[in-house]
Every structure is written in structure tokens, then in C-alpha cells.
Design a protein around this ligand. Sequence first.
Ligand SMILES: Cc1cc2nc3c(=O)[nH]c(=O)nc-3n(C[C@H](O)[C@H](O)[C@H](O)COP(=O)(O)OP(=O)(O)OC[C@H]3O[C@@H](n4cnc5c(N)ncnc54)[C@H](O)[C@@H]3O)c2cc1C
Length: 379
Amino acid sequence: MDLTHSPADEAFRTEARAWLAAHVPAVPLPSLETEEGFGAHRAWEAELAADRWSVVSWPAAYGGRDAGLLRWLVFEEEYYAAGAPGRVGQNGISLLAPTLFDHGTEEQRARVLPPMATGEVIWAQAWSEPGAGSDLASLTSKAVRTEGGWLVNGQKTWSSRAAFADRAFGLFRSEPRTPKPHQGLTYLMFDLRAPGVTVRPIGRLDGKPAFADIFLDDVFVPDEDVIGEPGQGWRIAMSAAGNERGLTLRSPGRFLAAADRLVELWRGRGSPSQERERVADAVIGARAYQLFAYAAAARFLDGEPIGPESSLNKVFWSEYDIALHETALDLLGRDGELADTDWAEGYVFALAGPIYAGTNEIQRDIVAERLLGLPKGRR
Ligand SMILES: Cc1cc2nc3c(=O)[nH]c(=O)nc-3n(C[C@H](O)[C@H](O)[C@H](O)COP(=O)(O)OP(=O)(O)OC[C@H]3O[C@@H](n4cnc5c(N)ncnc54)[C@H](O)[C@@H]3O)c2cc1C
């Protein structure tokens, strides 16, 4: 594999770097898990979109730059190196948009994607339910046919950003009796402010409402908001889940920048020798993940699906993120625990990495069975 970037890719990198240097807010935005921070991040999405930096890999018709996956990786490296804000639009951009590119109608893409790119409409993912997490196919929220659409009832939970978001996408049981639980599900988009929807924020460890419960009571969803064929929701949803774990959810640029910040922190604390190896491991880990991500992107561009290898990526980045933050907090000592630093907030978030996007236990099962060919475990 040739790892050198073309002159055109380097020109793209230079252009992105210059734009970011001129636009990244000098003072970090407040946490996007607060109402104030959510608004500030939404405005940042609009600023990015105004110069078409919000969704660089998308077609120009929807606000992108037709830049492709490799340049997206380059952009992300520049984005995080510049210290730019976390993306409040990520659920929509990295999960719903790929689904609509593959399974949506032209009308849905034209209607949904541009306001997603600008942050005007922020999306929440409504998959999990109180009785359906790892075993998502056991979900019980229902969609029942009505004139011109569907009536939806049930409860979704752990929905990130739903406390302040505008719309959500999720799976609903539209056929009550099917031979297998993942059959008869329909993939719908719905308005979080529609009549019958109640959103109840759930506080994170630090109290910030990072997620919400969503209660649905006879909520009307028009036919135009069904993605793909009714009953085919599982197949459609799973095609996006691999992207989430494998690549787009955690770009290597984020970890390269975090490892650089860790080295700075270590130097700033007098380069303590007892943390030397852990800091070196963090730098090596970020590089390894970068290579892994470029390899996954190259395979994808050659027409291969990201496939079960995405589970390897997911386990790697989630465990790496925790180790990196633990090293930073150890370097900070008491300062790290007392101050509301980026490292402390990052640590709280990193702790959840082995759970969301499919728990690491489940990912390890996938690796064991589908990559290593080991026998199925007893479930
Ligand atoms: C920060 C965060 C953000 C999230 N955001 C969203 C969101 O935006 N939208 C959304 O829909 N959901 C979201 N979730 C929910 C997340 O997807 C679920 O928490 C996750 O899928 C696990 O489901 P569960 O919590 O029901 O745990 P369970 O499925 O009950 O699992 C409990 C434990 O048992 C293990 N386990 C379960 N089954 C097996 C098995 N077959 N083999 C081995 N071990 C097993 C699990 O690995 C886990 O350790 C989020 C969660 C977190 C923490």
C-alpha cells in the first residue's frame, strides 16, 4: 500500500489547515452536553457548512466537496490538530447519512441532508430500548399502519443528544409475528417535537444531559419518513453500524491530536520517567490506528465492505481512548480530578467507549466467530 499522499491531497490539506487556522474558536466552546454548548456547537456546524467543510466527503449537491474517504481522513487530521470543536451533528452525519446514501430515496436525500450538513437539524439515534441493547433485535417499540403513514408507540433510551436534538431515526416492529426477531422491523425517521413525543433527559456521571429517554405515544410518522422497504429495517440499519464502529465514528485524526496533547502535557510536567512508556504507547497506538483506518478506507474504496474488521477497530479505539485519558489524569494528579479540564470530560466520555456502538464483549464475539472462525459461543 502506498502511504504517500498525492500533491492534490496535500493541496487539500493545506487549504483545510488555512481555513481552520482562520476559523477555529480561540476559546473552546462550552460542552455540547449542555443547552448553551449545544447552541454554540450548532452555530459552529453552520460556520463549517458555509465554506463546505462540514461534510467534505459528501457530494457537492448536498453541501459536501466530493472529496472522498481518504481526504476525509486528511481533513479529520487537520481538524483535530487545529483543536476544533467536537461535532454535534455526528449522529446524523456518520450514521443516518450513509444509510440514506445507500437506501434512501432521492427525495429523502434532498430534503434531509442539506439541513443536516448545516446543523439546522440535529439528529439523535433511537435504537436502544430498556429491554433491547446488545440484543437489539428484541426491540418492542411498534409501528402500526395508518392512513398515509404509521402510528408509533414505545420507549427508546440512551439516545445521545436527544435532550436538545430535533429529529431521530430508529427501528420499530411493524410485523408482530415473524419467524425471527430481526424480521418485520421498519426503519423510520421522526420529529422529536411531534405530538405524542416526550423526551426525558438522562444525566451522565457528571450530571450533564448527554442522553435521553424518548417516549412515543401514538406518534404519526408519514410514509415519506420510512427508509427503504417496510419490514427490511434490520438489514438497512446494519449496513450503517459497520461504518460507525469501523471508521467514521472515531477518526484517527482525533487520537493523533490527543496523543500530541498528551506528549505536551508530559513535557509540561517535567517529562516524568515513570509515565514515559505509557506516553510512548499512546503515540504508537494513535499511529497504529491511523494505519488501520487508512487500510480500512482503502479496502472500502476498492469496493469491499468494511466488514467484521470494524469490530477490531472498535475494540482498539475504545480501549486506547481510556488508556490515553488515564495517563493524562495520572500526569495531572489532583489537578485532573479537581479542575473541569478537557481531560476530565474526555475521560468520562472515554469510559463509555466499550459500551456504545455495540459493547466490546459483543465485538470480541464477532472477531472470534467471523474473523478467527472460532465456534459460536453459548448465548
Ligand atoms: C455513551 C453512550 C451513548 C449511547 N448512545 C446511544 C444512542 O445515541 N442511541 C442508542 O440507541 N443507544 C445508545 N447507547 C446505548 C448502547 O448502544 C447500549 O448501551 C449498548 O448497546 C449495550 O446495551 P445495554 O446497555 O442494554 O447492555 P446489555 O445488552 O444489557 O449488556 C450488559 C452487559 O452484558 C454483555 N452481554 C450482553 N449480551 C452478551 C453476549 N451475547 N455475549 C457476551 N456479552 C454479552 C454486554 O457486553 C454488557 O457488558 C449509548 C450508550 C452509551 C454508554
